[in-house]
Write a protein that binds this ligand. Structure first.
Ligand code: ADP
Ligand code: MG
Length: 440
């Protein structure tokens, strides 16, 4: 069975096709799959407002999606996902984790699907790709350390595993560890008073692959141990490759000295894939999964998906499964039909009226020039909801709201979008208004 994290990534791939892009970015993008046990799937939201919104607005859609993916009836719970808390809970289970630094375990850890040959190269990841190939052909010479950063699902782990396969083929000794496994093993070593042995395990490796470094930047002792290993390997000309979710300079808890060590070699970012790369990825994945999908459908899908690569995969699987269910061939028409569910227009005028009623104002006041605080806020909420709920263009909204400029609307929309997840009162108001707009 896939992990909760993977199931959720797939679910996000499906959900992004069923909600508006703005709703996806505001409410779903930062969520994560926490656990899946005894039919209960726990979704983590970055804060209480987002969790509440998901419960109120997307509960049944999420439930349906997870039920389809897992093939069993799923109950969904939402919790506020506190990174620190999660990290300490994974520390608590440290002793159950396999030490896993024997050569066999290392080789087994490389996912057979993550190779250089099935990694699609585009402008978004060209440098990272070229640099990783170089490190395994010429370890310790060209770029050392190599530091790769990107947001989640953009291929960092894939590249590290690809290095692993190639290194084994080249007869090199290679060690892959995620920062989380590293932490678990380190804690175990402390308990058993075997820290020296633990550090010694890395001594003979030619390539040291360290995945998701962000996990340890707040863990002082683990970080210290990591840098001792790093320095020793570096001084012996061993190749070090690190991935993380940010550039070292944006990892605040690290000291300047650590940061500068990380910057000694090459730092390469991976950007979200552009349209052309998305298309290439989708068509390779369709081939890998032996799905019969026409070029036309792949083009359409590449245009309509914008999530990370794991989610692209999810979207593809979702559509093929849905088409099968209704016994239809996956044509562009069927794709469009399957994708239209929740994004139907409600009408900007209805939104304007509902916002006006909620604040006891008239729609003329919202369209007019008065700038008192209450009216200005109501006006900006109307801008926000017209975009989110109705997907109106900024120009359309400007026209509807008394010929306001495009820039004014963008400003108003952005202001509400940033405040909504941190300001409880505003959040509640918007929830109440959007419930009036969508009574079901
Ligand atoms: P990250 O480690 O950055 O979170 P992963 O390496 O786990 O991301 O990638 C997520 C999924 O997307 C994997 O299934 C991986 O094979 C796929 N993937 C990512 N980038 C590419 C790419 N350029 N070509 C093909 N598949 C990719
Ligand atoms: Mg990864």
């Amino acid at each position: 069975m896939d992990s909760a994290k993977e199931i959720w990534e797939r679910a996000l791939g499906e959900l992004q096709l069923q909600v508006s892009r703005a709703n996806y970015t505001t409410w779903l993008e930062k969520s994560c799959g926490i656990s899946f046990q005894k039919g209960i799937f726990v979704v983590g939201a970055p804060n209480a407002f987002v969790a509440e919104w998901l419960i109120k607005r997307l509960h049944s859609l999420i439930r349906k999606t997870l039920t389809q993916i897992t093939g069993t009836n799923v109950d969904v719970q939402f919790i506020v996902h506190d990174k620190e808390q999660l990290q300490s809970s994974s520390l608590a289970s440290a002793s159950q984790t396999d030490g896993g630094t024997s050569t066999k375990a290392r080789i087994d850890r490389f996912n057979p699907r993550y190779t250089f040959s099935n990694f699609i190269v585009g402008d978004c990841n060209r440098l990272a790709y070229a640099a990783t190939v170089e490190t395994v052909e010429n370890p310790g010479h060209t770029y050392n350390p190599l530091f790769i950063y990107s947001s989640t699902g953009q291929g960092k782990t894939h590249l590290l595993h690809a290095i692993g396969h190639r290194a084994v083929d080249n007869g090199l000794c290679v060690t892959y560890t995620s920062a989380e496994q590293f932490t678990n093993e380190f804690i175990k070593a402390i308990k058993q008073k075997q820290v020296e042995d633990f550090r010694g395990k890395f001594k003979n490796t030619h390539l040291f692959l360290f995945d998701d470094m962000q996990f340890i930047i707040n863990k002082k002792q683990t970080l210290q141990c990591f840098f001792q290993i790093f320095s020793e390997l570096y001084n012996n000309n061993r190749q070090i490759i690190i991935t993380a979710d940010h550039h070292p300079k944006d990892m605040a808890p690290l000291s300047d000295k650590f940061k500068s060590h990380l910057e000694w070699g090459l730092i390469a970012s991976i950007q979200p894939p552009d349209l052309k790369t998305r298309l290439a990825i989708l068509s390779t994945k369709a081939q890998e999964m032996a799905l019969a999908v026409s070029d036309e459908v792949l083009q359409l899908l590449a245009k309509r998906t914008w999530g990370n690569i794991r989610q692209l995969e999810g979207a593809l699987i979702y559509l093929t499964a849905r088409a099968k269910l209704i016994r239809a061939e996956l044509t562009p028409q069927i794709v469009n039909m399957l994708l239209t569910s929740t994004t139907a227009k409600k009408g900007a005028n209805l939104i304007l009226q509902t916002v006006a009623d909620y604040f006891n104002l008239s729609t003329e006041e919202l369209r007019g020039d008065t700038r008192n605080r209450k009216i200005a806020l109501a006006r900006q909420i109307a801008m926000y909801l017209m975009k989110e709920e109705d997907n109106c263009s900024f120009t359309e909204i400007g026209k509807l709201l008394g010929n306001r400029s495009h820039a004014t609307i963008i400003y108003g929309h952005r202001k509400i979008a940033t405040q909504i997840t941190t300001n409880p009162k505003l959040h509640r108001q918007i929830l109440e208004i959007s419930e009036k707009i969508n009574p079901h």
